[in-house]
Design a protein around this ligand. Structure first.
Ligand SMILES: Cc1ncc(COP(=O)(O)O)c(C=O)c1O
Length: 399
């Protein structure tokens, strides 16, 4: 009988005991909401913000209820107004165009390369043609563009960069953490990200006005003094009476579960990258499989693996995916006609003014496979997963 992978690839990283204890303490105390008239600045959320800002080397961090909310606030507080155009990679996930739509802005879709990063030549073309002054850049699936070239280009074109680091917490380009290149970095604590808080987002910035506005918008009930990683009072004085409360706060329960994981990020990155390396080494030599090139400057944290398959028609490719799934290797496919679990491409976002998948991106995604790497995947399971993919690809080609 054919070997199967006896492992749920969708299992999120477990909450460490320290996080469980802290979450229980929050539950017992009843202080789930981050603010209280008599509270100081040591709530779990305030501590998480301060620790996260310090880990990035950012001046300020603001915790919210999702990365989608963080991106929405980042756009708004960076000056995006209704009807403004926002550049974004065409290959990303639904919360990104959602944040642009939430801000009332118009999407300008930019191609990605076969290495799954934004195409800088197309970015320049689209920026000039559209007049857009904002870029919401996704480091999609952990793939990081040449941030030095990208920032130089955006500076020359007068474009404000907001980084979507939902897939790059703990990652860097040439030693500088992602999320610190642009004006704002946005991170996710959703269960499938590098730190599992269930739901949650973090916005990091050195800009005092953006930080104060994001705190006020997130819904601080004028208790912003209870934030540790916050700008001086005088900055809030500029914004406090003109900034609506959107109630996008993070709960202390989420922060309690997340804080110990933040401290474990470097070790988690080592494990994920080790598993990625094993899978990549086994898959790369297979005929008709291509893995994205990873430049030396790219300090990724790879909790998933992507590879493109070539030389196989639609029906055989669908059969290959089906057979892999039947043996426990669940591969997601961004090229499918219909968006399904955690996939979708820009042509399927029909609420856009001009929904389409740019041609090069469509070609890149056509046969792109995407596999989650659970933190608990063993060396042996990496080998089994790669064997199953190799065997089923060979079968699909020969039938
Ligand atoms: C590329 C990307 N950006 C942003 C997000 C938003 O994260 P959240 O679910 O915290 O809103 C996700 C979530 O899956 C994502 O995949």
């Amino acid at each position: 009988m054919a070997t199967c992978l006896q492992r749920d690839l969708s299992a999120p990283p477990p909450i460490p005991q320290e996080g469980i204890d802290a979450a229980l303490a929050v539950l017992r105390s009843g202080w789930l909401h981050r603010y209280g008239e008599t509270l100081g600045d040591a709530s779990e959320v305030s501590m998480l913000e301060a620790e996260f800002a310090a880990s990035l080397g950012a001046r300020y961090a603001v915790a919210v209820n999702s990365c989608g909310s963080a991106m929405y606030l980042a756009l708004l507080c960076s000056g995006v107004q209704r009807g403004d155009r926002v550049l974004m990679n065409a290959f990303t996930l639904a919360p990104v165009p959602g944040a642009v739509a939430h801000a009332g802005a118009e999407h300008v879709l930019v191609e990605v390369t076969s290495d799954l990063v934004i195409d800088l030549a197309d970015l320049e073309r689209k920026a000039e043609a559209s007049g857009a002054r904002f870029l919401l850049l996704s480091h999609m699936r952990g793939h990081i563009a040449d941030m030095h070239r990208l920032m130089a280009l955006c500076e020359r074109l007068g474009i404000t960069v907001i980084e979507d680091c939902a897939h790059t917490m703990g990652a860097n380009w040439a030693g500088q953490p992602t999320g610190t290149f642009g004006r704002v970095g946005c991170f996710s604590l959703q269960s499938y990200k590098h730190v599992n808080g269930g739901e949650g987002g973090l916005l990091a910035t050195d800009d005092e006005d953006i930080a104060a506005r994001a705190i006020l918008h997130s819904g601080s009930y004028m208790l912003y003094g209870q934030h540790r990683a916050r700008p001086p009072e005088a900055v809030f004085d500029r914004w406090r009476d003109v900034t609506p409360n959107f109630s996008l706060r993070m709960s202390n329960l989420v922060a309690a579960a997340a804080r110990p994981q933040l401290a474990m990020l470097a070790e988690r990155a080592r494990i994920w990258n080790d598993r990625y390396g094993r899978l990549a080494a086994a898959l790369a030599p297979l005929p008709g499989i291509r893995l994205p090139h990873r430049p030396q400057e790219e300090g990724f944290v790879q909790s998933s693996i992507q590879f493109a398959v070539s030389g196989i028609g639609d029906a055989r490719f669908a059969n290959f995916l089906e057979r892999c799934r039947g043996r426990g290797v669940y591969l997601k496919w961004f090229g499918a006609a219909q968006a399904t679990g955690y996939t979708s491409v820009s042509g399927q976002w029909r609420y856009l003014a001009d929904p389409h998948t740019p041609p090069n991106t469509a070609a890149v995604l056509e046969r792109l496979c995407d596999m989650r790497i659970p933190l608990t995947l063993t060396d042996e399971e990496c080998a089994t997963a790669a064997t199953i993919i190799a065997e089923e690809l060979a079968t699909a080609r020969s039938t």
